[in-house]
Design a protein. Sequence first.
Length: 441
Amino acid sequence: MLRTAKLPSAESVTQAGIPFESLDGLYEKSRSWDTFTRNAVREIKARAKGVNLCYCVDGGVCEDRVAGILLAEGAEAIEGACKSTTAAAKAGVTCAFAAISAYEVGERKLTLPLVVYDIDDRMLMSDVKLILTERFGDGAPACFVSGGTAKRILLCEADRQNDYGERTALVVYDAPLLERKRFDLEDFMEILRRLRAPDGCPWDRVQTHESIRINAIEETYELVDAIDCDDPEKMCEEAGDVIMQAAFHTLIEEERGNFTLTDVLSGVCEKLITRHTHVFGQDKAAGADGALSVWEKNKMTEKHQQTYSDAVNDVPQCFPALLRAQKICKRMSKGGWNGDGWEALENKLSKGLKALRAAQERGDRKRIAEELGSVLMTVVRLARLLGADAEQALLDAVKKATARFNAWEELVLADGKDGNALSPEERQFYYEKAKEHVSES
């Protein structure tokens, strides 16, 4: 049985007078590469019953998925010349390289130098090119190998050649770091290591966790701002800056021998798997709320939190006060706390305001701060009862207040007046006009 009779290698079987059949017809009938593989394995097993059968592939045994399945089930292999090795030699690649069938390009990790074989038509080459250019860039140096010829091209030109067939392969060369247009995490860490090297950047070399600590917060806020602005280009840039902060702190610990980027990525991947047991395990989750419950349960188990107090105490103290209050209220409520309804919270808020007024009348600064904190905490609990995000609600209110003040001051200045010298009636007049410019929404 021959994988294909369309290549010159099949002529040697004919010349030797050995009877054979090919799988070319089966290939034409199959809807996909996976379908062909299943059909081919089934066909070969059926034909092999009671006879000695040799399945011949066009290249190395390791380059044929059908052969791989048969070998795993006990077949014997006689290795031949690899298609990928031949293509690499024609392209002048003499170092170690990765090799992959065109039909598996979208399923495997891709590294350079890379040899892609089994590219038997232009349409398949177009699919391969799209995947490779996304990973390595349009201008990546490549070589188009077809039969006995090899032609240097740019990767973007891979599907613009004249001859495609069973002996067509594409070789993508490795390129020096500074000549690349697309990078991966390893490239990223290599650049950071270069900056931290003795002959690198003087500023980067002296940085510590403490010296760049605030940068992580600033970059995260800038990413959130880009999200709020719905600016994809800015989001892309700021996401990179956030990743850079995480990578920089990781590199400092790598230098100390504590952990590496692989440890970081392994940890987060394991966390995603173990906390999504409704996806990767046996748990069931009905809707987003059910999924969140599973996540929280697994998180408490993972962090060895025996009580809800453990979860409450685990909220980072460096969070902004309002955000931390929300997190703590949420976790306390899961432990049975903060179960008050609307009337109880309304009453608590009213009492809190009266107590705040009394402290203000006495001029008791310490008591004022305490009562104000209690009022704010009640408001946070009220927001949770209403299903609202207190942090976002306040941000929206600040944004609206800012816009109204801008409109108010513009109106006042347009009339040649001083905002600080307005009478109460004038101030209210301009405020109402400003509200007309900035709607409640």
